[in-house]
Design a protein around this ligand. Structure first.
Ligand SMILES: *Cc1c(COP(=O)(O)O)cnc(C)c1O
Length: 249
């Protein structure tokens, strides 16, 4: 087995064990292989090892890699590309045309623009499954809707509730749940409550808003995906555990 296939098998085993500890079905967890900084050849190697979900945090890198991979594997490869990083306004058009799932909605303006591209400009129009990014850790460097004090702060809670309601009314976007990140290198006692509180927030929103079901949770990376799975993650975004260390970011 090559390195990627071997590491992928180890990650799958770790997913299975974490799901088992939590009494969950491992098949309900989508592994998004984060290929940022790696070339298209790496994606193709991972594809041959059996991976189908790939994540990029920059829209242009997703667009370029997707084109290169499609040229090699054809349009029916079954690959789903996940835009996992926040989008700038001028990248919404690219993302609407190329991403299969969007994990990092952090401004309503971005939602409105995506909705317009998806429903009015793309032919045929398309539905984009989307996660609202929430900042539960309170770290200033993190993007996402402020949710550090959502349990105590009526203001914070209602702000998120309102934006969810508004996004649900937009055609083209399908709001699936919440995405969050624990601080870099956080110990388990810090990461776990962040993931748990994100799940509780998703449950509160699902309860509070008619027709909302936000129970899909994009959380967990190389250093903390097992904790995230124990706390209810349905999508984990894993780079280094599959591909090794990146040269930069
Ligand atoms: C880079 C990145 C990941 C993957 O990080 P690893 O530590 O390599 O697993 C996950 N999510 C986002 C948003 C990222 O930018």
């Amino acid at each position: 087995m090559n390195d990627i296939a071997e590491r992928y098998a180890q990650v799958q085993e770790r997913i299975r064990a974490a799901a088992e500890r939590a009494g969950r079905d491992p098949a309900a967890i989508t592994l998004v292989a984060v290929t940022k900084t790696w070339p298209a050849e790496t994606v193709i190697e991972a594809y041959r090892a059996g991976l189908r979900h790939f994540g990029e945090n920059r829209a242009y890198e997703l667009e370029e890699k997707r084109a290169a991979v499609t040229a090699e594997l054809g349009p029916d490869s079954g690959i789903i590309w996940h835009q996992i990083g926040t989008l700038q306004s001028r990248k919404t058009k690219t993302a609407a045309a190329t991403a299969g799932v969007f994990h990092a909605l952090d401004r309503f303006k971005i939602a409105r623009r995506l909705s317009r591209h998806l429903t009015e400009e793309l032919d045929p129009p398309r539905i984009l499954p989307t996660f609202l990014e929430v900042n539960v850790s309170g770290e200033e460097s993190k993007s996402g809707y402020a949710a550090h004090k959502w349990e105590e702060s009526e203001t914070e809670r209602q702000k998120i509730r309102k934006v969810v309601q508004k996004v649900l009314e937009l055609p083209g976007l399908e709001l699936k749940g919440l995405m969050t990140m624990a601080p870099w290198g956080a110990p388990e006692e810090v990461a776990r409550p962040i993931f748990r509180r994100t799940r509780f927030l998703a449950a509160w929103l699902t309860e509070a808003i008619p027709d909302a079901n936000l129970m899909q949770l994009s959380m967990g990376m190389t250093d903390d995906f097992e904790i995230a799975i124990e706390e209810g993650a349905t999508h984990i975004r894993v780079g280094r555990a599959i591909f090794g260390e990146r040269d930069y970011h």
